[in-house]
Design a protein around this ligand. Structure first.
Ligand code: PRP
Ligand code: URA
Length: 209
């Protein structure tokens, strides 16, 4: 299932990210802000339980988060800026990292790092990567989460921008995983970049090229 967050704040900030004139500092800040707004939607179905406490006025029952604990998993390197923003919202979440880069010739994901919470199987998992292009990186990351015991139904893939080709790959490889994104763009170009897109997310976040 794909959820596109059409909120005007998200769409406006995404447009600023697309603008080639947007510099590194502003791009990084916008990526964090859009990530928070995506998290608001992605976490809409978290379980609540009632807890009894006293306000300064009365004693009553009030909602608190309950159910499965959370994990945020960043696909390095660009996903890092997303988890760093979201963890402020859910400070009790554990944070995992999966290092993958796309081979520039084959576009196939190359794995170089994997560090996940030991109890990942028992957690709701929010995987972050700004870009879902061919879907190779995200599919491989979700595969390693499942190999570590995470259930597909407990995994949400959060991407700022997606391409139809990448969504099709995730729906084929991991039909049980939900995708939350700010937009589904038109297509991929011959180099595997999203069109119209926003360019190379990692390079724009970290000022490399
Ligand atoms: C980018 C992006 C995704 C991947 C998406 O990472 O952050 O991880 O490409 O492409 P895909 O869907 O075709 O796999 P990149 O390989 O540029 O690495 P980086 O984050 O280290 O810059
Ligand atoms: N990775 C990016 O950073 N941007 C794209 O458009 C495709 C893959």
């Amino acid at each position: 299932m794909v959820t596109v967050v059409t909120h005007p704040l998200v769409q406006h900030k995404l447009t600023l990210m697309r603008d080639e004139r947007t510099g590194v500092k502003e791009f990084r800040e916008l990526a964090g802000e859009v990530s928070l707004l995506l998290a608001y939607e992605a976490m809409r179905d978290l379980d609540l339980a009632q807890e009894r406490l006293r306000t300064p006025i009365v004693e009553d029952d009030f909602p608190v988060l309950s159910g499965k604990k959370l994990a945020l998993v960043a696909i390095l390197r660009a996903g890092l800026v997303m988890t760093e923003a979201i963890v402020d919202l859910v400070p009790a979440a554990k944070v995992g990292h999966i290092g993958l880069y796309r081979d520039p010739q084959t576009l196939a994901p190359v794995a170089y790092y994997n560090k996940l919470p030991a109890d990942i199987a028992d957690r709701r998992v929010f995987v972050t990567d700004p870009m879902l292009a061919t879907g190779g990186s995200a599919s491989a990351a979700i595969r390693s989460l499942k190999d570590a015991g995470a259930q597909g139904g407990n995994i949400t893939l959060m991407c700022i921008l997606t391409a139809p080709e990448g969504i099709a790959v995730i729906e084929r490889d991991h039909p049980d995983v939900r995708i939350v994104t700010a937009a589904v763009d038109s297509h991929l170009n011959d180099h595997g970049y999203i069109v119209p897109g926003l360019g190379d997310a990692g390079d724009r976040i970290y000022g490399t090229k």
